[in-house]
Design a protein around this ligand. Structure first.
Ligand SMILES: *[C@@H]1O[C@H](CO)[C@@H](O)[C@H](O)[C@H]1NC(C)=O
Length: 334
């Protein structure tokens, strides 16, 4: 930092970092500067991390069978079960906070009140109780949702997703993507393929080549032979796809960016979370924001997925979900 200051002849005036990098707070303090941590996820997971000590004191080390107990000691969490927060609260299932990742989340929670402002990728009216509570503990600035704040000007549609969507009926298509970090295990890909075939909704599936190798060959052949059956691509312009009138549902891992992109486009979700804040996001989507469903048992099975597809794409419940997410879309724009 000193070298950089000398080189450009300007003093550094503040430190902006990802919130996970809590030690930037110490660096800033040492130099008499302000720290601005940025949390790219929702206030919900931020609150869970912040209340680590409160939750550990109340619940101790979680033993099997307590997953359905409600978290009633954190504002805004009255409808959340312990099983929904275990991935976001360090040391809830272990004696001590040991792993590097848990240490990082825990220390971040302790440092947040020292920040000049904690910058969050959401909008206040999405979770007003939690936002207001955190505002009484730290200086919170909700500057999201990023997909609306920083819309991309150029659209790459290398695999012609949008022309294919143009040919489909309104709100009929299932869009499937699990992001770039993780994917469900191979047998779940097979179950998902079988469910899509059986339920008969056209689909647009964004899947990279190594994961595509897990799809059954009859399924790949069917896609090649029949353009109306569905489309498989290596990459999709997700924001544009979700904004297309023919998309009726999104099968997602519930990563925060995907959740926000579905909110700002008014698309209901089928949730298959895998790690981090994703399970907690699912709970809020299902029970608090009410614009999506999980899959039975938390993993893809043919039967469970057929049910979830019908609930979201062809039932009155699905229509209600669309109304709920439209309300959130308007609040996000506002
Ligand atoms: C495909 O995505 C998975 C995560 O789902 C990743 O582990 C793998 O490296 C990716 N493969 C390619 C070829 O990009």
């Amino acid at each position: 930092m000193e070298e950089a200051e000398e080189e450009v002849g300007v003093k550094i005036s503040c430190v902006i970092s990802d919130a996970f990098l809590w030690f930037c707070c110490e660096i800033a303090e040492e130099k008499g500067l302000s720290w601005f941590p940025i949390w790219t996820a929702n206030v919900v997971s931020l609150s869970a991390a912040f209340y680590t000590d409160v939750l550990r004191t109340k619940f101790g080390v979680l033993k099997q069978g307590r997953g359905d107990e409600l978290v009633d000691c954190v504002p805004g969490f009255s409808n959340v079960r312990l099983r929904d927060i275990v991935d976001c609260v360090p040391g809830l299932v272990t004696e001590s906070i040991n792993s590097i990742f848990d240490q990082m989340v825990y220390k971040m929670g302790l440092m947040l009140p020292k920040a000049k402002a904690v910058v969050v990728n959401t909008f206040e009216k999405l979770s007003p109780t939690i936002t207001n509570d955190l505002k009484s503990k730290m200086r919170l600035l909700c500057v999201g949702p990023f997909p609306l704040m920083f819309p991309s000007e150029v659209v790459f549609d290398k695999y012609d997703c949008l022309p294919w969507l143009d040919k489909q009926k309104e709100k009929s298509v299932v869009y499937i993507s699990f992001g770039t970090v993780m994917a469900p295990p191979p047998h779940e890909f097979v179950a998902l393929a079988e469910a899509l075939e059986c339920a008969g909704f056209p689909f647009l599936w964004s899947i990279n080549d190594s994961n595509k190798g897990h799809l059954p060959s009859w399924f790949i052949d069917r896609v090649k032979e029949d353009e109306a059956f569905g489309k498989i691509v290596q990459w999709a312009p997700q924001m544009k796809v979700l904004g297309h009138p023919s998309v009726g549902g999104f099968v997602t891992h519930c990563g925060w960016n995907s959740v926000l992109e579905s909110i700002v486009n008014g698309v209901p979700l089928i949730c298959r979370p895998m790690l981090g804040d994703q399970r907690l996001n699912q709970r809020f989507i299902e029970c608090i924001y009410e614009f999506g469903v999980g899959v039975e048992g938390g993993v893809f099975t043919k039967g469970g997925m057929i049910k979830a597809l019908h609930r979201v794409l062809s039932s009155n419940e699905g229509k209600e979900m669309r109304k709920s997410v439209d309300v959130l879309r308007e609040l996000a724009e506002e």
